[in-house]
Design a protein. Structure first.
Length: 284
């Protein structure tokens, strides 16, 4: 079995200033999302690089505020009521994807109103950008040594020190499994599906279904949060409860989108070249 490398959570320390790997992973994720967005904006009207930059700002605020508030409300409210200042210790982890999703939904609604676009078209665009952030975020969880899976004797286990047991045990590295499924696999799936014009809302629907399914599956190997435990028997977790409506909502959104059959306009190669020429003349 592999042994957990015990990575220092602080990437760079300059005097009293410390830059944590967890924060850097978020920065890398936002940068990757921006690059994917700029690439896709060349093909889809009315998107451009300025729109992508504004959307990323809205999305970042939604992810951070929603993710933090979601974790506090869904997973550990009692702790933060006792120690409210811990709310600001984001470098220690404690972000909820489902809370972040709600935050992004609100942020994109505001962005859609500002840019006079339909909400579904904005959701479709941001859905393809999201998996890269999920990938880097789960890598950040791994570096932080948090969100481990169950104890196992499987060859896929990783040896890690468990303070509650005061022993080194093998656990599933579910952070890396989530990075692979919810990050890389979901990104490839969405890029493939969105390579052609699809009905508004269908790409966002596929994201909800894909993430919800992958998360529900990984929860069978991931250890439940200590402060919550299993909600039913020895298998139902809070993550599965929150993922189930995502799957249903995603399926409903895809069905509704295909019934409406209203699709975005993808720019032709000639249109893209003309747009580049205009941008170059503007810069000159």
């Amino acid at each position: 079995m592999w042994s957990y490398p015990e990575i220092d959570p602080v990437a760079v320390a300059i005097g009293p200033l410390s830059i944590h790997w967890y924060g850097l992973m978020y920065l890398i994720g936002f940068t990757g999302a921006f690059l994917i967005g700029v690439y896709r904006a060349k093909r889809i009207e009315p998107w451009n690089s300025d729109f992508v930059g504004d959307l990323l700002f809205y999305g970042a605020v939604g992810v951070i505020l929603g993710g933090r508030l979601g974790y506090i409300l869904f997973y550990d409210l009692a702790h933060y009521l006792e120690a409210p200042l811990d709310v600001f210790k984001v470098w220690q982890g404690g972000m909820s994807f489902h809370g972040g999703l709600l935050g992004v939904a609100i942020a994109t609604w505001l962005f859609a109103k500002k840019t006079n676009q339909t909400l579904f078209s904005v959701w479709d665009f941001v859905a393809v950008m999201a998996p890269i952030g999920l990938l880097t975020g789960r890598v950040g969880n791994f570096i932080n040594g948090e969100l481990w899976g169950k104890v196992t004797d499987s060859p896929f286990g990783m040896l890690v020190y468990d303070s509650s047991l005061n022993a080194v045990v093998a656990k599933y590295p579910t952070q890396l499994l989530e990075a692979f499924l919810e990050g890389l696999v979901l990104l490839v799936l969405l890029l493939w599906y969105s390579r052609k014009p699809r009905p508004f809302g269908s790409v966002a629907g596929l994201f909800l279904v894909g993430y919800g399914f992958f998360r529900f599956f990984v929860e069978f190997y991931r250890a439940p949060d200590v402060q919550i435990g299993y909600l039913y028997g020895e298998w139902l977790t809070m993550g599965q409860v929150l993922s189930t409506p995502m799957i249903l909502a995603g399926l409903g959104l895809m069905i509704y989108a295909h019934k409406k059959q209203s699709s975005p306009h993808y720019r032709s190669p000639e249109e893209i070249q003309a747009l580049k020429s205009v941008e170059k003349e503007t810069k000159d």
